[in-house]
Design a protein around this ligand. Sequence first.
Ligand code: GN1
Ligand code: MG
Length: 363
Amino acid sequence: MGTIDTASILAQFEIEGKVKEVKPLGNGLINDTYHVITESDDTPDYVLQRINNAIFQDVDLLQHNIEVVTAHIRCKLEACNTTDIDRKVLQFIQARNGKTYYRDEADRYWRVMVYIPDSVTREAVTPESAYDCGKAFGNFEKMLVDVPEQLGETIPDFHNMELRMRQLREAVENDAAGRLDEVRDIVEELERDADEMCQAERLYREGRLPKRICHCDTKVNNMLFDQQGQVLCVIDLDTMMPSFIFSDYGDFLRTGANFTAEDDPALSRVGFNEEIFKAFTRGYLESAREFLTPIEMEMLPYAVALFPFMQCVRFLADYINGDTYYKIKYPTHNLDRTRNQLALYRDVRRHDAMMAEFIQSLL
Ligand code: GN1
Ligand code: MG
């Protein structure tokens, strides 16, 4: 636990019971997370989390977003008499300062939520779970279509493709790590499709495409399941912000429907898993079709291509800049990630017609 005095941090929150043990939880790369176990079965366990305020610089805005979203979801669940609500939406604990977070003397930010009992996370997607995940993320967005308050962007322009292209062009311009020569062909290939991939931003400016409240980090490990494998709720709400619905639909498939991990250097293993695509899309549209506009539905295949493309641009910019954003395990890690995402992007594009037909068949 190092030098962190969890007892004095927890004392700042209105938790019930006596703490028996505090141990690390999960494998998140951004925040530090701990499971707080209490002595009695009559008091809940908790999750203590240190918020990474280097990445999320406006913690007040971040927690405000999360409070608005979780309160709204709770109301929705109550309105349809859902059972077991406390396991279907996260619940944050008030700190003694009246907020849902506490800033310690070392300028670290902490929050506490109730640990959802008998819940598990998963790392791999199967066709069965892809359907459930699609339904759950579609439903999550559906519950949030009428959030009564404006949410802020916890990372400004996070999924803005035009910004990501500008960042790549700046990296190319500066060539800070002297790596440009090695990747010039990739830059050229990305530039050829850049305009097409930036179309969402243009349609937004023309008023033809809406932004909605999205999760913006839709991965299977950002959901809790019960012991029987049913989805309980969506977690990891830090990137909740207004975005195109493509963020949630497309980014899930970027990881879930790749045959291999995003950093696998063996490009022969990279590919677009049609079966996962179909299952996820079926589930997603079952929940989401009633609120999506025709243009949003028509552009879902674009969303599937957009996220490997955007991730490729982000990894490549970071590689050219000399690895300043993503953690790397070896010097060409970001280059391997770049090539992997480019291979996935190309394979997705080979499925453009299939995706459009499949989506049409569901509507
Ligand atoms: C980062 O750390 P992780 O995996 O939750 C990134 C995502 C990228 C992802 C790529 C705040 O998320 O946008 O898709 O890496 N999150 C942030 O692995 O930049
Ligand atoms: Mg996570």
